[in-house]
Design a protein around this ligand. Structure first.
Ligand SMILES: [Fe+2]
Length: 614
């Protein structure tokens, strides 16, 4: 019979953690194992003796005896048969056939079905009394059942345009001119006179001492340069038009709160040839903003979203399941963050990126050309992997300094989540890797790395910028933090916010249907802009797909891992610390949102998913 103290300890353990029923049952079962009793008896897990030979407790392969090592190899051989490889794009390996354990669960399917019915009902309601889009406001009429996004009230304002670079769906583009390798005057046909006139009109203050050079040196000038949409990369469909605009912004810090002021938009990459519009240009400026928003839509969906989350994560998920045994601690750590990723990507093959699918209907470029942009985006990600870790990415873009850009919600909230994850992964790695030597000797981990970093032409998965070997715990911690952050928080931040900004066509059109203007003054009024925007078919394609991919269909909360819940009490303990910390992060972001002019939900832990699953 167990002693009362031991029973009480077990009861405390159960009550302490909010776990799924399945995990709870597994934990109770585990509590009978002498191995667990040994763990519970040790207050300092870092100095715990060798790990128990229990299948549910992760172990490093080099710590196993030869029989278990053989068992691991046999399990991996079986997994490799199940998860065979295929290519949809040339640089992103995919699973050939979706294994049964990767398909959506019933709760996910039910949620998806409810959402689909709502989207269909919305379109049907409009079609009962369809109205043409004569004014920009008429696009609001497509929201019959689906809610009209708030952006419909503010989309015309310059402030709203600029804020989308800081707290919209794609806060990944804004870059400080100081951080770029180019001379501003070689890229933009702008003069100090134009700059000062716009500043005066937007701030009400004349300041002839502030020139483009001085503002650049002070770090106050930022651009969003959509050079990747240049015609050399893009083939257009007939009657659709695209360009590679550059937008210039000025960080005004003269007020109590900072403000990003749009200064100019150049409708192409060639200064003087490409039309330069400023806020002084009336309807031409409104059109220039629309074109810049269209470019941002293209880069967001094809590069940042599809390329640099969905399709970049599947190779990592595949390497993890194929190279790390089920009981490997890194497999156990990452598994919840790959849930449904292969399934959603397989669904995207069928309805999103197939010929005649949503991407084909909505975007200005051909489907092959759109997917080429995605391929280039994946290469950019794989060739510079660690540069996409949030702190590095912010630094490289010159947007990390609060003294330069005071209010940047994506940065400020994202770093709270990043830091929490970094601590969590550090503690988790510390359970299993007692020293750097443990990392070096982990042959499954080193194989995993080799498979990931070998080029596709050499039979690898193409993340060629990964280091040749993992030699210490910090390297591993940074790598795992970046993977988890990308799969959960980053995808959630750029996906669940799409509906608010990208479903309302006059804020963010997927394509432009008239030639990009080369002269000003040809439009009579704002209603003329509707000729540049989509008709009913493409509008509903955009509304429907954005509504469909903006929802966190998986009902589980971030850090609730369901069937993939941890079984090792030490890892459960570390996860509980993360959950406690995320509660604090939730409060911090909520408080910030009360002070902000615009609510930014991107990194609210309560809204995040564990994985890229929708
Ligand atoms: Fe997504």
């Amino acid at each position: 019979m167990r002693s009362p103290a031991r029973q009480q300890r077990r009861q405390q353990l159960i009550q302490q953690y909010v776990l799924s029923r399945r995990t709870m049952l597994a934990l109770i079962g585990l509590a009978c194992a002498p191995a667990l009793e040994m763990c519970l008896g040790n207050k300092s897990y870092a100095t715990a003796p060798d790990l128990p030979a229990n299948q549910d407790i992760p172990t490093l392969p080099q710590k196993n005896n030869s029989a278990i090592q053989l068992e691991r190899q046999e399990q991996l051989s079986a997994v490799r048969l199940q998860y065979q490889l295929a290519f949809r794009l040339p640089n992103a390996v995919r699973v050939a056939t979706l294994p049964l354990q990767e398909v959506f669960d019933q709760a996910y399917k039910n949620n998806r079905e409810i959402l689909s019915q709502k989207i269909a009902a919305n379109q049907q309601a409009f079609q009962q009394s369809p109205k043409p889009f004569v004014t920009l406001e008429d696009y609001a009429a497509v929201f019959k059942v689906l809610p009209l996004p708030d952006i419909a009230k503010t989309f015309k304002s310059n402030d709203t345009f600029a804020k989308q670079r800081l707290s919209g769906p794609n806060p990944m583009e804004l870059t400080n001119v100081l951080s770029l390798n180019y001379n501003l005057f070689e890229k933009l046909g702008i003069t100090d006179e134009i700059f000062q006139t716009v500043l005066l009109s937007q701030t009400g203050k004349a300041d002839e001492s502030e020139t483009l050079n001085s503002a650049t040196q002070e770090g106050r000038l930022f651009v969003t340069d959509y050079a990747r949409l240049d015609s050399t990369h893009v083939t257009l469909k007939s009657n659709r038009f695209l360009t590679a605009p550059i937008a210039l912004y000025y960080a005004d810090r003269s007020r109590s709160h900072s403000r990003l002021i749009p200064i100019a938009i150049q409708l192409g990459q060639v200064p003087k040839e490409s039309l330069l519009c400023t806020p002084m240009d009336g309807v031409d400026w409104t059109l220039a903003k629309l074109i810049a928003q269209m470019a941002d839509f293209n880069v967001h969906e094809l590069v940042r979203h599809l390329g640099q989350t969905h399709l970049a994560l599947e190779p990592i998920a595949l390497a993890t399941v194929r190279e790390l045994a089920a009981r490997h601690p890194v497999n156990v750590l990452l598994k919840p963050h790959f849930e449904f990723t292969m399934a959603i990507n397989a669904l995207a093959d069928q309805v999103l990126i197939n010929p005649g699918g949503y991407v084909d209907i909505i975007f200005g470029s051909t489907i092959e050309s759109s997917l080429n942009l995605t391929t280039l985006g994946i290469s950019e990600f794989f060739n510079n992997f660690s540069n996409f870790a949030l702190p590095n990415n912010l630094r490289q873009r010159g947007v990390d300094e609060r003294s330069v850009l005071r209010d940047f919600p994506y940065r400020d909230d994202g770093l709270l989540v990043w830091d929490a994850l970094l601590d969590y992964v550090s503690q988790y790695v510390g359970i299993y890797y007692r020293s750097n030597q443990d990392v070096i000797e982990d042959f499954e981990l080193q194989n995993w790395l080799q498979v990931l970093r070998k080029s596709v032409s050499d039979g690898g998965f193409g993340i060629v910028s990964l280091p040749p070997r993992l030699t210490n715990r910090d390297q591993l911690i940074n790598l795992l933090t970046q993977i988890i952050f990308t799969a959960g928080p980053q995808h959630s931040a750029i996906a669940w916010i799409q509906y608010q900004y990208m479903s309302f066509i006059p804020n963010m059109p997927g394509a432009i249907y008239q030639p990009i203007p080369t002269v000003k003054g040809t439009m009579q009024d704002e209603s003329s802009l509707t000729h540049f925007l989509s008709g009913i078919e493409q509008t509903f394609a955009q509304v429907n797909v954005i509504a469909s991919i903006s929802n966190k269909v998986d009902i589980k909360a971030f850090t609730d891992f369901g069937v993939n819940s941890f079984q090792d009490p030490r890892a459960i303990n570390v996860l509980k610390s993360l959950q406690d910390r995320l509660e604090v992060v939730e409060k911090q972001i909520s408080q910030r949102n009360q002070r902000r002019e615009e609510y930014y939900p991107g990194f609210l832990p309560s809204r995040m998913a564990n994985s890229t699953s929708a």
